[in-house]
Design a protein around this ligand. Structure first.
Ligand code: PRP
Length: 211
């Protein structure tokens, strides 16, 4: 852990787009335009804070192992990661969406043992086992909507925002698994060692979110 700097791991994509303006409102901005650079770590207007840009699924790993002090990522990522190796003190209520099951429109027959395609294999496993339903989980890394269309799976577990991707591929939502929003996570040791700086940032973010 770098004792001098506070390192914040951000999730690239839609979360980044929504989080950067929020960080601006609490007085934190990258020293250069993140979208115009291939760099993955950025200095900021504050000498003691750096921003890292990662895939969401890597944010919990960096925070748990202490290479980042703070992480900002989706609840879906945290649910899938399933670790309690960090604190989750704040819901930023950004990039909201839902984790749902989805299946082809008009598909009415349900096989005895459902084949479920997802990149969220742990979420899917926990959801169906919580209901006492035995399913076969098929791990995919993207374009999940193709799986039912191509006969690879009966349904998918995926993020739904506008529902446009499902609609465009002849699928519809079925079961609601969880609401998802952007969360702040904090490394446990950093919360002690860098307590004042982290607490002050959390308070400013919390105020900005509730405004
Ligand atoms: C997510 C998800 C769907 C889409 C849903 O993909 O996997 O494909 O967004 O959004 P909609 O309901 O507004 O159509 P994302 O864009 O995050 O890309 P990824 O699957 O490659 O991570």
């Amino acid at each position: 852990m770098n004792d001098k700097k506070l390192v914040i791991a951000l999730t690239k994509g839609r979360i980044l787009e929504e989080v950067l303006p929020l960080l601006e409102t609490v007085g934190l901005s990258p020293a250069e335009d993140i979208n115009k650079s291939r760099k993955l770590i950025f200095d900021t207007n504050l000498e003691d804070i750096q921003l890292m840009i990662l895939r969401g699924s890597d944010v919990p790993t960096y925070v748990e192992l202490g290479s980042a002090d703070i992480g900002i990522t989706g609840k879906d990522i945290l649910m899938e990661n399933g670790s309690d190796g960090y604190y989750e003190p704040l819901d930023l209520k950004l990039a909201t969406c839902r984790l749902m099951t989805a299946a082809p429109v008009n598909q009415t027959t349900t096989p005895k043992r459902l084949r479920v395609a997802s990149k969220f294999v742990n979420i899917a496993k926990n959801y169906f086992s919580g209901q006492g339903r035995q399913v076969d989980i098929i791990k995919l890394n993207g374009a999940l909507e193709l799986a039912p269309i191509m006969g690879l799976a009966d349904c998918i577990v995926d993020i739904v925002d506008t529902g446009n991707t499902l609609k465009a591929n002849g699928l519809e939502t079925r079961e609601h698994i969880a609401d998802v929003s952007t969360r702040v996570i904090v490394n446990k040791a950093a919360m002690k060692i860098k307590h004042d700086r982290i607490q002050s940032l959390l308070e400013r973010l919390s105020e900005a979110v509730s405004d």
